[in-house]
Design a protein around this ligand. Structure first.
Ligand code: GLY
Length: 361
C-alpha cells in the first residue's frame, strides 16, 4: 500500500493498493468528523461490483447511507442527474457535516464532486475511483462538472476531495478497452514529466495490457502517476499554468472525441491527439525523431492508436470551441523531449500551420 499526499486548498491523502477499499468507512469517519449521513453514488456497473460493499463498510461505522445509482455512461453526466442527487440528500436531511462517497469512473467522480461542491454550498466528497483513468487522473485534483448539450464539462467547479481511495483490485474487473484507454493518461505523464515512468512502461511494453495482471507493477505505475499529479496540483491547482500540461493530446483529442459523437473513448481520442501533436512537433523541428518514435511506439505498444483522419482545418475549428481556449488563443501542449512539456500559445492560424506540417491526411 502507498499513500500520496496532495497539498491544495484542501489537503488530502490518496491511498493506493490492493484491498484498500476496505478502509473506506474508517477513512470517511476520519476526514469528515461529525458525519452522520453519507450518499454513496455509483453507476449501473459499479453498484453491484463495489458500491454495495462500500455501503456496508460505511454503515458498519454507524453512518446512515443513502444511495444513488445512475445509468453508466457519459450521457448521464448532466444537470438532471445532479438534481436527483441533491434531491436524495435533501429528502434524507443531509447537513454540512455529511458527505458523498463516489464509487466509479470519471463520470461518477466528476458528478459526485460537482454535487458535493454545490449542495448546501459545499459538503465533503470521498472518491473511490474504480477505473484506471479515474485513478491516475480524473479523481485527483478537484476538477468536477457536468456536460451541457453545447459541450463536454462546460459547467463545473474546483472542489478537492477529502480523501481518495484507489483499490488496485478494481482494475481486474475492467473490460480490456476500459483499461486500455486509461493507459493513454498513464503514458501522458511519462511524456510530459516523468522519464522514470517512461522507462518503466517501456521496459514492460512487450507485455502490453497484460501488465494489468501484475498488481505490484500496477501499484507502482498508479502511485507514480498520482504523485506526478499531486506535484502539478500543488504548483497550479486552478489550471493557470503547469496544470495545463496535463492536457497533452487533449486539445485535438477532445475534438476527435466530440466528432465521433462520443463513440470513441476519451483515452483513445487522447492517444490519437498525442500522436498528431508528436508528428506536428517533429515536422516543426521542436522534437527530435528518436523521441517522437519512442513516444509513438509506447502508445501503440499498449494498444492505442496514434493517428486519425481528422483534417487540420476540422481540428482547428473544433479546438476553437474548447473550454480551455482563452480569448482567441489556444494553449497547445507540446513535448520537446520525453519528460519535458511546454505550453505554446497559438492563434488558430498558427495552429493550422503547425498541424499542416505534421499532417498525414
Ligand atoms: N485532467 C486534467 C486535470 O485534472 O487538470
Amino acid at each position: 500500500m502507498s499513500v500520496v499526499s496532495v497539498k491544495a486548498s484542501r489537503d488530502y491523502k490518496v491511498t493506493i493498493g490492493a484491498g484498500v477499499i476496505s478502509q473506506v468507512g474508517s477513512i470517511l469517519k476520519e476526514v469528515a468528523p461529525g458525519i452522520t449521513k453519507a450518499l454513496v453514488v455509483s453507476d449501473t456497473n459499479t453498484k453491484a461490483l463495489y458500491a454495495d460493499k462500500v455501503k456496508a463498510l460505511i454503515e458498519a461505522e454507524g453512518i446512515q447511507v443513502s444511495e444513488y445509482t445512475f445509468e453508466a455512461g457519459e450521457q448521464s453526466k448532466n444537470i438532471e442527474t445532479i438534481a436527483a442527487m441533491w434531491g436524495v440528500m435533501a429528502k434524507a436531511g443531509f447537513t454540512r457535516t455529511d458527505a458523498i462517497v463516489s464509487v466509479g469512473g470519471g463520470v461518477a467522480g466528476d458528478m459526485s464532486g460537482f454535487a458535493a461542491a454545490t449542495f448546501l454550498r459545499g459538503i465533503k466528497v470521498v472518491q473511490v475511483p474504480t477505473s484506471l483513468l479515474a485513478m491516475v487522473d480524473a479523481c485527483v485534483g478537484g476538477k468536477t462538472g457536468i456536460d451541457l448539450k453545447e459541450g463536454k464539462n462546460l459547467a463545473g467547479a474546483f472542489h478537492q476531495p477529502s480523501a481518495v481511495i484507489e483499490d488496485a483490485d478494481c482494475l481486474a474487473t475492467l473490460p480490456d478497452e476500459v483499461f486500455t484507454e486509461g493507459m493513454a493518461e498513464v503514458i501522458k505523464y511519462a511524456c510530459i514529466m516523468d522519464t522514470e515512468l517512461y522507462d518503466l512502461l517501456n521496459a514492460n511494453s512487450s507485455r502490453g495490457i497484460a501488465i494489468r495482471e501484475d498488481s505490484e507493477l500496477m501499484d507502482k505505475i498508479v502511485t507514480k502517476c498520482v504523485a506526478d499529479k499531486a506535484y502539478v496540483i500543488e504548483v497550479d491547482e486552478h489550471d493557470n499554468g503547469l496544470r495545463q500540461t496535463l492536457n497533452f493530446g487533449h486539445t485535438i483529442g477532445h475534438v476527435i472525441e466530440r466528432n465521433s459523437n462520443f463513440t470513441l473513448a476519451h483515452g483513445v481520442s487522447v492517444a490519437k491527439g498525442m500522436g498528431i501533436i508528436i508528428d506536428s512537433a517533429l515536422a516543426a523541428g521542436t522534437l527530435n525523431a528518436e523521441d517522437a518514435v519512442k513516444m509513438k511506439n509506447l502508445i501503440m505498444a499498449y494498444g492505442l492508436p496514434v493517428t486519425d483522419p481528422i483534417t487540420p482545418e476540422d481540428a482547428v475549428s473544433g479546438a476553437l470551441n474548447d473550454k480551455k481556449k482563452r480569448g482567441n488563443t489556444i494553449s497547445l501542449i507540446v513535448v520537446n523531449n520525453i519528460g519535458k512539456a511546454e505550453i505554446v500559445k497559438m492563434t488558430p492560424d498558427d495552429l493550422l500551420v503547425f498541424l499542416k506540417g505534421g499532417s498525414k491526411v
